[in-house]
Write a protein that binds this ligand. Structure first.
Ligand SMILES: Nc1ncnc2c1ncn2[C@@H]1O[C@H](COP(=O)(O)OP(=O)(O)OP(=O)(O)O)[C@@H](O)[C@H]1O
Ligand SMILES: [Mg+2]
Length: 179
């Protein structure tokens, strides 16, 4: 696992909103599962994780790895047609949402599920479509060069305090990270 990190100012006049980012490259599905395991351990009720990346990047696969690490009762499936699935896990319930067919936050609010989020963890594929609905989500952008290989690059970004500890932990675990 290779990594690098940097602070990226998101708005030139808005220094306190600078995103904390971290880039981790995984070579195999097994490595991705290890990464998901570290993240799963850090999750607590109220957390929102936004997963982005092109078709077949591995958003659903990442959710599956997270849910396996969380010991959830159900096996995640692509919720594109249902939009939202709910899984029962020992520490909390997981809302698995696919925002692909949502036109934006209004349609998301129409689902009426965000009232449950304070007690649950939300994992949202195509999350940037509804990002403005959340105060301090963990953003994970997945990219790849060769769809046939298992190599994937995970770019983590967050702006508030919530995810600083996890980002520091990931940097410590994969110390070839930049500053
Ligand atoms: N390191 C990896 N991480 C994730 N998926 C991988 C990896 N290596 C190979 N794959 C494969 O890539 C595919 C990813 O499919 P997946 O359904 O997870 O993508 P997705 O981003 O959810 O797509 P969609 O936009 O259609 O929802 C799977 O077939 C998976 O086995
Ligand atoms: Mg998917």
């Amino acid at each position: 696992m290779m990594s690098e990190s940097r602070a990226v100012p998101q708005g030139s006049q808005d220094a306190f909103k600078a995103a904390n980012t971290l880039v981790l490259a995984s070579g195999t599905l097994a490595e991705t599962a290890t990464l998901a395991g570290v993240i799963a351990e850090a999750l607590t009720p109220g957390d929102v994780v936004l997963l982005d990346g092109p078709l077949a990047a591995g958003k659903t696969t990442f959710v599956t790895s997270l849910c396996r690490a969380l010991d959830c009762a159900e096996q995640p499936s692509s919720p594109t047609y249902a939009i939202s699935n709910i899984y029962t896990c020992p520490r909390f319930e997981v809302f698995h949402i696919d925002a692909y067919r949502l036109s934006g936050v209004d349609e998301f609010y129409n689902l009426g599920i965000e009232e449950f989020f304070p007690d649950s963890v939300a994992l949202i594929e195509w999350g940037e479509r509804v990002a403005e609905a959340f105060v301090d989500p963990l953003r994970i952008a997945i990219s790849f060069e060769d769809a046939e290989s298992e190599g994937r690059v995970y770019t983590f970004a967050s702006t508030g305090k919530r995810w600083q500890g996890l980002m520091a932990q990931l940097r410590a675990r994969w110390p070839d990270a930049g500053v």
